[in-house]
Design a protein around this ligand. Structure first.
Ligand code: FER
Length: 288
């Protein structure tokens, strides 16, 4: 997919904004201890949500990067990150139909080490698909007027959230159709696996997809990064290795295959780049 810069109009305050709220849900640690956990996620409800009680919406899940938490993606309930303004304008302009966006966290209480340790973060990102399918999706579908269908759910994330997104693709495709990893590769075979052993990483991902019963036509992957991004040297070989498998077909446009790759010239490892990537991804996240 060809990269296009985010139009300046998408960064302005929007005259018909959505609103941010929060939700809490019950989950567990999904380790040997099975510790009960009470977790929080931020929720974006599009303009019109409160006025149209009959309408149901698709849902995008968006995961933060390493060191972050559920507040990071939106910049708190005040929406300081630029993501909310982009969503508001993308919906108001008709670029994309209204959607709900959920910003959860893979970090858990009592596991603050995940903020500092990459190894712990990877452990938690790999547990997240279980939490997502067993606890978060049911809680979201119960609390909000969603379209409870896998083709009406998408998952994205930045950096370690991109890592989480690959893990969701591998393990949660029964519940999620489209996955959009932003500037993060998959560390299922070890840290920086996309760079150091791309073919093994791709093979492991495809094996997980087979194990979860997914066929090539059941998934859509939209991968993004920038050529100056620290993830570039890992994500590019990984995407090439995926394209070499029987499962994935690399295509220029999302409708042409199940794997699309978009590179931003001079793109860095920042959330601001992510809003540009997501703006391009938004029209392709749902419905297929
Ligand atoms: C990557 C490049 C950088 C990546 C993660 C990071 C998962 C950064 C992680 C961190 O320091 O939190 O390709 O993929």
């Amino acid at each position: 997919m060809r990269f296009m810069p985010l139009p300046g109009s998408m960064r302005q305050p929007c005259a018909s904004p959505g609103r941010l709220t929060e939700m809490f849900y019950q989950t567990e640690s999904y380790d040997d201890q099975h510790r009960p956990l009470h977790k929080r996620a931020l929720v974006y409800l599009p303009c019109g949500y409160d006025e149209s009680p009959e309408q149901h919406y698709p849902v995008l899940y968006m995961m933060h990067g390493g060191g972050g938490d559920e507040n990071e993606v939106f910049g708190g309930l005040e929406g300081r990150s630029g993501f909310k303004a982009m969503l508001d304008n993308a919906i108001a302009s008709g670029h994309v139909a209204p959607m709900i966006v959920i910003a959860p966290t893979y970090t858990v209480e009592g596991f603050e080490a995940a903020r500092r340790s990459i190894d712990v973060a990877v452990l938690l990102t790999h547990r997240f698909p279980t939490e997502l399918t067993r606890d978060l999706i049911p809680a979201v579908d119960a609390a909000f007027r969603t379209l409870p269908d896998r083709r009406q759910r998408a998952f994205s994330g930045f950096s370690m959230g991109g890592e989480t997104t690959w893990s969701v693709l591998a393990n949660a495709s029964r519940e999620i159709w489209c996955c959009a990893p932003l500037s993060g590769d998959y560390w299922i075979k070890g840290l920086k696996g996309g760079k150091d052993f791309p073919a093994e990483t791709a093979a492991a991902l495809v094996e997980q997809l087979h194990t979860s019963g997914a066929a090539p036509e059941d998934v859509r992957v939209l991968a993004f990064t920038g050529d100056k991004d620290i993830a570039f040297e890992a994500l590019q070989p990984m995407v090439e290795a995926l394209a070499d498998t029987d499962f994935f077909t690399l295509a220029d446009q999302p409708d042409g295959g199940n794997l699309t790759w978009c590179l931003k010239e001079n793109g860095w490892h920042t959330y601001d780049d992510c809003w540009e990537y997501l703006f391009l991804a938004l029209p392709h996240l749902f419905g297929g």
